[in-house]
Design a protein around this ligand. Sequence first.
Ligand code: AHR
Length: 500
Amino acid sequence: MTSTIYLDTHFNVGKIDRRIFGGFLEHLGRAVYEGVYDPGNEHGLVDENGFRTDVLDALRPMGMPVVRYPGGNFVSAYNWRNGIGPRDKRPRRPDFAWRSMESNQFGTDEFMTWCKAIKTEPMMAVNLGTASGTDAAELLEYCNMPTGTLWADQRAANGHAEPYNVKLWCLGNEMDGPWQAGHVPAGVYAQRAREAAALMKGLDKSIETIACGSSGREMSTYLAYDREVLEHCWDHVEYISAHRYSNNRRNDCAWFLAEGVEIDRVIADYAGLLDYVRGVKKSDKRIYVSFDEWNVWYKTATPADMDGHWTDAPRLLEEQYNVEDALVCAQYLSAFLRRADVVKIACIAQIVNVIAPIMTRPDGVLIQPTYYPLVAFAQHARGIALTPTVQSPSYTAGERGDVPVIDASASFDPVSGDVAVFVVNRDVKTPQTITIRLADRTVDRVSASDVLTGEPKATNTWQSPEQVHPTQLTATITADGHVLLAVPGGAFATIRLRTS
Ligand code: AHR
């Protein structure tokens, strides 16, 4: 079967905001403790701060420009004051969200230090479930104000005289969800969010705030909640959050691999909603989407997987990922690129041990298949996001009907002339011969091309850690200057072209 991807660098949606390659770290299971922070590690895999060095090394290629913290559901009952100051004085507290014990040995200061170690920007979430706008503003005071105030002086006393200047602030988490501590209807949350944003921006007008939108398309209040929040908070926020977790509970690979169609639809829903509220407000302002939780998550979404039985660092949400999951992750990233005009921030949820591309045990890390698309996009998508036109056959994706077999996105870096093309062949049964036709530039060479493929359920294990990993793919330049490649069925390919 053959497909063609048409590109023209004039057809684009503008500059890629690299924050779409962000991550998310929550106090949940073994994400923080035994994940990023493991001071007692008996294999010497820690630095002077107690951070896992092998985890830092594995995360670096993901090039995350921002990391969201400390939750998630966790944040909605969290008292940030418990996580600062001398460690031996920090209280052990039960965590409402995951029925686990929180030792508070890792808190705001440790997170800021960790962000420096991995060269990322913190994206802080505040508790608007059980805490007030004042508590949020005091956390901002702790993080961003120069010394001379109560909480800024406390920060200095804890060894950090210089403000952290945290720019991005999430106003709560999934407040539309009945599972959330302090869950309230949209109107009530909107008031909380607006008050918190006003207090926080009153202290530091350089910050950007993110209002909670819907926690998923399956919610009965999907978009209605978001609309009410946006109408009330329009002048106080820069972003609305969207969350989505994909699942293959029905064990139908063809259906699952058409997930990108739904992801596109969610982004289109938000684009429409934002335009609608902007119109109603008669506003010149633009608000963007912060897709700050996205991933595949279903194998460990059982009540048992979410109950820590009041223990420290329980094994929760330790999902094992496979090839089909990686192909869905690639489609998320392609969807964000194609709508780079709407999505400015996105965070893979999560980064270590908990629904994560990287797993740990005391003596090392295991790389999951979902890691590879994250690295490919972060390393190669540069400059502006192109709008590809794809001509490809369709396949039958169960209840999703006929869906194009090829999902593609592309970027163009005007500085280097590099064009990167990201392709998923959703049809596991049929390889595709793909022609890439670049209308307005000459392809000088194929700088790199690789492919991630395998049996849809193939996975990496501690016994067989390299079963799934990218391999080289042959791509050639034809006599008439196009690029030709053969992509196997059920595969994710990355092609980098040097153009002039
Ligand atoms: O990422 C796991 C959980 O999923 C987060 O805590 C919550 O925000 C979402 O429901």
